[in-house]
Design a protein. Sequence first.
Length: 376
Amino acid sequence: MEENQKMNVVVLGISGAGKSTLIKSISGNEIVTGIGEGQTQRVDVYESSTWPIRCIDTKGFEYSLLEQWKTIRQVKKYSKKQFNDTGIDVVWYCIEGTSGRAFSHNIELMNKAIKNWKNIPVFAIITKSYSEKDIPKNIKAVEESFSKSKGINLKGIIPIIAEEYIINDETSVAPYGIEELCLKTIDCLDEAKVINKSNRDRMVLGQKRFTANTLVASASASAGIIGAVPIVNFSDSVLLTPLEIGMVKKIFKIYGVETSKDLIVSLVGSTMITNIAKSIVKLVPLAGTVANSVVATAIVYALGEAVILASEGVYKGTIDPTKIEEFTSFITNKVKDNVVIKATTSYFEKNMDKLKDKNPKEIFKEIMNSVQVKSK
Ligand SMILES: Nc1nc2c(ncn2[C@@H]2O[C@H](COP(=O)(O)OP(=O)(O)OP(=O)(O)O)[C@@H](O)[C@H]2O)c(=O)[nH]1
Ligand SMILES: [Mg+2]
C-alpha cells in the first residue's frame, strides 16, 4: 500500500444490519459522492480523514435479488471509473448480532453478491454486539456458516458496537471494535507495513477521540435536559451524577483506562467542579432553569473533554492513573481551564438580562460558536 492511497471498502448486509451506522462511526467520514438513482439503488461513498479508507455504503440487499444485483453493478462500474481500476479492495459484511437471524442464509446471499470480485478479502462484522455474553456464541455461528460457503476469503470475524447503545437513563454500552476492524482492514493492503507504527497509533487515537467526542456530545445534551429541572444553586447537582459517572466510565473504557468506581465517584462529586458550576450560576440573579441547563451542559462537556485528555495521557503512558490524587487534580484543573467554561462565564456576564428570552440549546450553541471562532 502506498502512502496516501485509500482502500475501497464496500459495506454489504441486509437492511437494518447497521451498515450506515458503522460508516458514520468511522472518524472523519465525509460523504464524497452519491451514485445511482432513487433510494434503493443509491450508493453513497464516504472518505475517512483518519484512516486510509473509503467506504461505499449500499442499501440492504433484501429488497430483491434484482435490486441487489443492480447495486453491485453500480458499485463495480463506479469503482472502475473512479479509483483507477483498483476496484474494491475489501468487503465488510455486516451481520446483526442481536437478531439471531439466519446467518447461513445471509452469508449465502452475500456470497452470491460478491462472486464477481474474486478472492476479495471479507470481514464478517457482527454488528450491535451489545451483549458480551452472546459474542462467543455469535462468532461460532458465523464461523460455521462461512465454513459451509466455499470460496470466501474470510479475513476475520469482528464484533462491534458502532454507536452507544442506551438501555435506560443510567445505563448504556460504549462503542467498541472499530479500531480493530480498521487496523485489520488496512493490513489487507499494507503487507509491507508502509504505514508505520506511529501512524497507526495516531489513527487509533484519532478514532478513539472521535468516538469519545460523540459520547460527550450526547451526555452534555442530556445534561441540558436534566439541568432544566430547577436545581437550586447546584448544591443539588447530584441529579447529574449518574449521567456523569456513565460518561466517565465509557470514556475510560474506550481508552482501556482501569480505575476504581471510587475514583470516578470522587471525581464526579469533586467540590471544585460543583463550585465552578455554582460560581457561574451565581452570576445571574434569579438564575432559573435556563441558566442551570446551560451550565449543566457546559460542565458535563468540560468534564468529558478533561477525561478524554487524561485518558489519552494514560494511553500514551504520560499519566499514571494509579496516582489517584495527581490523576484527579489533572482532570479537575482541565475542567477549570476549559475554554467552554470560560466562554460560558463571559456569556453570562455579558448577556445576563437576555437569558430568559432564549432557550438553553440556542445559548450553548452560541457559546460553542464563540469558542470556535476564537480558536481559529
Ligand atoms: N445503538 C446502536 N444502534 C445501532 C447500531 N447499529 C445499528 N443501529 C440501529 O439499527 C438501525 C439500522 O441501522 P442502519 O445503520 O440504518 O442499517 P443499514 O444496514 O444501513 O440499513 P439499510 O440502509 O436499510 O440497508 C438503526 O436504527 C440504527 O440506529 C449500534 O451500533 N448501536
Ligand atoms: Mg443504510
